[in-house]
Design a protein around this ligand. Structure first.
Ligand SMILES: Cc1cc2nc3c(=O)[nH]c(=O)nc-3n(C[C@H](O)[C@H](O)[C@H](O)COP(=O)(O)OP(=O)(O)OC[C@H]3O[C@@H](n4cnc5c(N)ncnc54)[C@H](O)[C@@H]3O)c2cc1C
Length: 340
């Protein structure tokens, strides 16, 4: 098995925050056999491994003394179809948004609210990607993984993946399981989720009274493009903080002091707060320290104007976290994976 292992590779093109650190070793793998060979090679060299998809959820803080394995397994196949559902297997290296568009073109629904999320299918289960009231877990049947601890290929059911808000088994036991492919169970008859964010308002504005999944996808793309910076033009990693969840008593107290605070009641009685609102109200929107900055239009997004390091971006994030803790008594957790 021949592997093209490169040395001292700049990671700048491989992370959406465009942080310029070097990987000591770098290899692209397009099959399970190549992945296994790369893992054996890393073990023989005594270096650890970083799994890489599209690099849109990473903060790289130092040169990486590891083997970066860029997962490039490709392919989409229909496994079965009946009157209600189609089951589809998608390889880890497929681009997420391209797959969403493919599913819509097949007349399938369920993923329209997750349109335009950057990255690859293989990383989507890691943080259970979510947007506009839909999460990956709502349409995922199972995941095929290579378990590095047992050296076995294993299928994990939706339940076994232990999905939660921006969280999963894969995030909690980071690096142990390499996701090879994901099986989705997608409905043929759309049941649209429109009750989140600006979606319903946007469709009304466009005078679309009976939207199709395509309409919802287009609406999500336009709303996202207006709100979020395109990483190709302004480097960023999407939402930098998770929306914090607090007790109802804490939320009530905050509502007394801040009547316009944005809250979402949770099924378990707790309350999710909009992190972007807290950061915006605290005056951080547009704050720039060197090339690290809070986006001028969206307080939840930290951006790199050119030469910011991962450390500088994290230093800005720490100041925001300390300020939000002091003002509101709320702990903000960083969403992207910090590596270095
Ligand atoms: C502009 C922008 C908007 C965004 N909007 C959203 C949003 O609305 N909702 C949302 O949930 N996220 C959002 N994100 C975050 C990001 O798009 C997702 O987390 C996405 O799933 C990351 O995919 P990736 O391939 O780029 O992962 P990477 O950044 O390459 O990797 C992320 C993590 O997964 C691990 N990993 C990667 N591939 C595999 C694999 N095959 N097996 C096991 N582990 C793996 C990596 O080691 C790393 O820990 C946004 C990001 C950006 C830049």
């Amino acid at each position: 098995m021949s592997l093209n292992i490169q040395e001292q590779v700049s990671m700048r093109p491989y992370n959406s925050l465009a942080v310029d650190v070097r990987a000591r070793f770098f290899v692209s793998v397009a099959s399970l056999e190549q992945l296994q060979a790369a893992l054996v090679w890393a073990q023989q060299q005594g270096v650890s491994v970083l799994l890489l998809g599209g690099g849109s959820n990473l903060v790289l803080t130092a040169d990486l003394q590891v083997l970066v394995i860029h997962l490039q397994l490709r392919g989409i196949s229909i496994l079965s179809t009946d009157a209600e559902f189609t089951r589809v297997a998608v390889q880890a290296g497929e681009n997420w948004h391209a797959f969403v568009l493919w599913s819509l073109a097949q007349g399938l629904s369920g993923l329209e609210n997750l349109s335009l999320i950057p990255g690859n299918v293989g990383a989507a289960p890691v943080q259970n990607i979510g947007a506009y009231g839909v999460e990956l877990k709502d349409h995922l049947e199972s995941v095929l993984v290579f378990d590095r601890e047992t050296a076995l290929v294993q299928r994990l059911s939706n339940e076994q993946c232990q999905f939660a808000y921006r969280d999963s088994l894969f995030k909690r036991e980071s690096g142990r399981r390499v996701i090879l492919s994901v099986i989705f169970k997608l409905p043929k008859h759309a049941s649209l989720q429109l009750d989140y964010g600006d979606l319903r308002g946007y469709l009304a504005e466009q005078q679309i009274s009976a939207p199709t999944p395509h309409d919802v996808s287009r609406a999500v793309c336009e709303i996202r493009a207006a709100k979020l910076p395109d990483p190709k033009r302004l480097a960023n990693a999407g939402s930098f903080f998770k929306n914090p969840v607090v007790t109802s008593a804490h939320a009530e107290q905050l509502q007394k002091n801040y009547p316009h605070i944005v809250c979402f009641a949770q099924a378990d009685g707790q309350v999710k707060l909009a992190a972007g609102w807290l950061i915006d109200q605290a005056g951080w929107k547009g704050v720039r320290q060197g090339d690290a900055a809070v986006h001028a239009k969206q307080a939840l997004v930290l951006v790199n104007h050119g030469a910011a390091t991962g450390q500088q971006i994290l230093a800005l994030a720490s100041q925001i976290q300390a300020d939000i803790q002091q003002r509101y008594g709320v702990e903000l957790e960083i969403e992207p994976n910090v590596i270095g």
